[in-house]
Ligand binder design. Structure first.
Ligand SMILES: [Zn+2]
Length: 65
């Protein structure tokens, strides 16, 4: 698990917005762009190249028009 203090200093490198822990606790999700940064061995990987998008709800983000 991730420290709350650590969480507070982390930000999305793209938007510079805060991130929050995902429901499953496996990643940190940007509140703005929705990118999820993985947490590996307790270390958040705050790299755009490593980021992914949530798949469960909206598989393809914009086909529900
Ligand atoms: Zn972002």
């Amino acid at each position: 698990m991730i420290d709350k203090e650590l969480l507070e200093i982390l930000a999305c490198p793209v938007c510079k917005e805060p991130v929050k822990l995902t429901k499953d606790g496996k990643g940190l999700k940007c509140v703005k762009c929705g990118r999820i940064y993985p947490i590996r061995d307790g270390i958040p990987i705050m790299l755009v190249e490593e980021a992914y998008y949530e798949e469960e709800d909206k598989k393809t983000s914009s086909d529900k028009a």
